[in-house]
Design a protein around this ligand. Sequence first.
Ligand SMILES: [Cu+2]
Length: 155
Amino acid sequence: MKEPRFGKAVTVLAILAGLSGPGLAGSEDVVIADAWARATIGMNRPGAAYLTLRNSGDADVTVTGLATPLAMMSEIHRTTTNADGVSSMAPAGEITIAAGGSIALEPGGLHAMLMQLQEPLTEGATLPLTVMFSDGGEVTVEAPILGFAARGPED
Ligand SMILES: [Cu+2]
């Protein structure tokens, strides 16, 4: 049984070397801008939050999930509108931000869906929102909560 153990040790060393190696690109190259959430009436319906992810690194970065203490479950959803003008949404799965690229979560497209709210999203308060990445990194932003009819952070 020595060989499997040796194999595991080599793997761990490789991971450690990767973490400290120069030129490592990953979630530390991602900047989150223009985060905001929309106020909710009560807690019966999910809340929505929006933000822009910019990847200034030279490697693609993948978003694996979202979390906020104000909701039991948070997911990135994608809204699509069919030829009949009917909109529907579904979980978008993992989202990859190309090296040097950016992805916007905005009304009518991708959004952070905040399900099973633990308290209403109140205009004027802020929502802590954590974005998780496939390299294990996390970035947390405080998204201001705007009014019920807000369409963007400038409203
Ligand atoms: Cu949704």
